[in-house]
Design a protein around this ligand. Sequence first.
Ligand code: CP
Length: 309
Amino acid sequence: MSQLSVNHLLGIKGLKREDIELIFSTADNFKEVINRPIKKVPSLRDLTIANLFFENSTRTRLSFEIAEKRLSADVVNFSASSSSVSKGETLIDTVNNILSMKVDMVVMRHPNPGAGVFLSKHIDARIINAGDGAHEHPTQALLDTYSIRERLGNVEGKKVVIVGDILHSRVALSNIYALNLLGAEVMVCGPSTLIPKFIHTLGVKVETDLRKALEWADVANMLRVQHERQDLKYFPSIREYSQMYGVDMNLLNSLDKDIVIMHPGPINRGVEITSEVADSPQSIILDQVENGVAIRMAVLYLLASKIDR
Ligand code: CP
């Protein structure tokens, strides 16, 4: 397979295993490029890419921008807080105005689930979903599974537990789809109030006892508690959450094996994981960030190859 089966990256749902394998092998090449003294290639020098962020971001926005610049694309950045969206302009008007400036690809983060799908039906540009509400965050799942492959050699057959706020997490949903496609065993763990009722239909195990989950797992992906998406109280206090679902060195050292610790960021240090765990040799959190650039270069490159140029 030399081309993706999709024209946009709207979610992991809808991808084939071969798509992910193609993205990984392309990212392997770009990882080699970004470790050279000259980190740039001319692949996208004829394209203009707009990064539209209607929600805050540090890692995803910077990582896409670096990836685009490493591929020599022209880049424009838009953030809703400093735009005419605050004057009431609609999404479609905003994007059509940007596209009138001859933009070829759009990377968009938006608080509404399905915003990327909506855009792909109304505009003539390649769309990459950089996170749509509590729905999907496909490039995060790609860089997460790529980082597991890098640390453990393979994703197939590995036991991965996703811990925490599954209910509000686009990272969890995209990871479940990607891990399932790649043949991992997946478990979710957290307070029952933060585990959606439908989750078993996705073929994952459910565990509310963190120690049992970690004893089972090869990898623990520790999700951020998303205060901004919680309009209700889902657990009594942050202190109780961190006692029940936080990982510290005592807990890690009490397991009879070394498990891999991941976190998509931003970390609430001392809530999901302690600083010692975040900075320990078992943590691959900064590898995830580094791999994000190579993965996003791969996605941009492969989608751009489907544009008539
Ligand atoms: N992991 C992630 O999406 O982080 P940002 O919100 O900082 O982009």
